[in-house]
Design a protein around this ligand. Structure first.
Ligand SMILES: [Fe+2]
Length: 352
């Protein structure tokens, strides 16, 4: 058993790892179709061992970023510059004063000789929270205007942003060249091939992780998450099931003490109206709901007891279906232990 602490909130303990691992004896195809996470233990253990040097290099990059060095100048040095150039030319960094979570965005052009073949590719480094004791961060690779671009409409630039990830984090091939994993994905998706796009390299540190959310995006079937170092603990379940579990919690438990009278009234209204509850979940703006499902030991332990938890060790992979708004797998992440771990999180695009 290990303690769950995230952004200053103590959320109880994990189950014993045996119990968590035995929970998932259902067929992977059925789980995926139902919007449940698919756990693939030790799926990338062998390929991870081959990338030890790259993973250590990445640890140095993260240390530099946490120490306040700018990514652009680190990427202008070996070994990065020789992997980036001549195809990817850095245009330097931008710093968005309006986004407190953003650390730095490095812009690139993709070149073919002297010719620019794509513009506005970028990597964006961001903190995962505003909590002082949480150093969790991520590097996201994409293109165009962030959160406005229809990325699925431009597979050429999407592919180039994926290649940019390979240049900075060659350990990406732990997923992209893992033939056994790719065969499993092709089987699950009934697809001739898969592409790994909209890539994120995560570093979940002590006291960090992510609140319940989804990663639904047009053109993507889901997300593959590979734990390369460190340990994480997950709660993952389809949206409709999450809604039913919130209602079930309200009927079988009293509201946690940390909810004010006002918050309890708000929650009672929400659980009395499934449509309103779904709408408020999607808004990510209802503070009573966010507090209950992410920051109370009572609700986190309720979901664990109901069998929705998974513990990831180095080498483990978790697949998160994100096909439709109703069935997409909502997920919440916790860092376990004292180590900041590295993980790969790539969107899966079926390639028919
Ligand atoms: Fe996610």
């Amino acid at each position: 058993m290990q303690q769950l602490v995230r952004r200053g909130f103590s959320l109880g303990n994990t189950l014993s790892s045996d119990t968590e691992r035995q929970n998932q004896n259902q067929c992977n195809l059925d789980r995926w179709a139902q919007g449940l996470p698919v756990f693939l233990p030790a799926q990338c253990l062998a390929s991870r061992a081959k990338h030890r040097t790259n993973i250590e290099q990445t640890e140095s990059l993260i240390t530099a970023v946490i120490d306040g060095k700018d990514c652009d100048s680190v990427l202008a040095q070996a070994p990065y510059v020789t992997r980036l150039e001549p195809k990817f030319q850095s245009l330097g960094s931008t710093f968005n004063e309006g986004d407190q979570q953003e650390i730095e965005m490095v812009m690139f052009d993709a070149m073919d000789g002297d010719k620019i073949i794509a513009e506005d590719l970028w990597l964006k480094a961001s903190w995962l929270s505003f909590h002082d004791d949480d150093l969790s961060l991520r590097f996201r690779f994409s293109f165009g205007i962030d959160l406005e671009e229809d990325v699925a409409a431009d597979p050429f630039r999407q592919q180039l942003a994926a290649e940019l990830t390979d240049a900075v984090f060659p350990e990406s091939s732990i997923i992209t060249e893992n033939s056994e994993l790719i065969d499993k994905l092709k089987n699950i998706l009934a697809s001739d091939g898969v592409r790994f796009v909209e890539r994120i390299i995560y570093f979940n540190g002590p006291n960090g992780g992510a609140y319940l959310h989804h990663d639904l995006e047009r053109g993507h079937a889901g997300v593959v998450f590979a734990q390369l170092s460190g340990h994480t603990f997950w709660l993952a379940l389809p949206k409709q099931t999450l809604i039913e579990e919130i209602i079930r919690f309200s009927k079988s438990c009293s509201w946690p003490n940390s909810l004010t009278l006002e918050m309890r009234k708000e929650m009672s209204n929400l659980v009395g109206d499934r449509c309103y509850l779904a709408e408020q979940l999607d808004s990510f703006a209802n503070t009573s709901l966010i507090h209950l499902i992410n920051e109370t030991e009572e609700f986190v332990q309720f979901l664990i007891a109901r069998g929705y938890s998974t513990k990831l060790e180095p080498g483990d992979v978790l697949l998160l279906p994100q096909a439709t708004e109703q069935t997409c797998c909502w997920h919440s992440v916790f860092c376990l232990g004292d180590e900041m771990g590295q993980a790969l999180s790539f969107a899966i695009r079926p390639d028919h």
